[in-house]
Design a binder for this molecule. Structure first.
Ligand code: COA
Length: 190
């Protein structure tokens, strides 16, 4: 299934052919988003910061209340595979950051990776903002995320220091510039 062209076009009901679906998050998705965030954070940040910092961060930034606020204030999309497993297995959160759109979070449950959910989420965010640059801050040497972004047209940018519940981590901002070439090609064909 093609990703939705705009967030409004996103299907409200999952396809029944097992393909990836993406839709805007609802308040009722909060527990599922929390489950994905907790599993992904514990796996991704293990060895980068202490287990205590991971749990402090999750308690503060991914409480059910905070996830509700994220859904209200930002663009939060959820994704899964097929009608038979219509539960949320991945989510992404995007927010306007001055001159670009920041992919604040993108996580897939460890057991559901490699099935196209991350790709469908990135493309849905990109399609909703065709004229804006997309950026994502990725842990240095994050073996899953760096090749993922590189294969989806992102290029590495500046290094940053971020703070996770009082502990410092090094990250790199990855950029996908607005699809000016796509638009120029479309205009040339008109
Ligand atoms: C990065 C991430 C969101 C990608 O999500 P995903 O749903 O696995 O994404 P996709 O299935 O669309 O693509 C995953 C890529 O890994 C490959 N892959 C295959 N099996 C895989 C598996 N079991 N686990 C991980 N990746 C797998 C896919 O083939 C694909 O590679 P490609 O670029 O050659 O197509 C996911 O790995 C994740 O949650 N990582 C941990 C959190 C994280 O680092 N988030 C980003 C922080 S900025």
């Amino acid at each position: 299934m093609e990703p939705p062209r705009t967030l409004e076009d996103a299907p409200r009901t999952p396809p029944d052919d097992g393909s990836a679906w993406v839709r805007p998050a609802l308040a009722s998705d909060v527990p599922a988003i929390r489950e994905v965030a907790v599993a992904a954070w514990r796996a991704t940040y293990a060895g980068r910061v202490t287990p205590e910092a991971i749990e402090r961060f999750l308690a503060a930034a991914y409480s059910e209340e905070r996830i509700g606020v994220r859904i209200e204030r930002h663009e939060v999309l959820v994704a899964g595979n097929g009608a038979g497993a219509a539960y949320v297995q991945a989510f992404a959160e995007a927010a306007a950051h001055g001159d670009h759109v920041q992919l604040v979070a993108i996580y897939t449950l460890p057991g559901a990776r490699g099935r196209g959910l991350g790709t469908a989420l990135v493309e849905a965010v990109g399609d909703a903002h065709p004229d804006e640059d997309l950026a994502a801050d990725v842990l240095l040497d994050n073996d899953l995320a760096e090749p993922f972004y590189a294969a989806r047209g992102f290029v590495p940018g500046q290094e940053l220091t971020d703070e996770i519940a009082g502990e410092l981590v090094r990250e790199r901002r990855w950029w996908r510039r607005a699809r000016l070439e796509d638009r120029e090609t479309a205009a040339a064909g008109e």
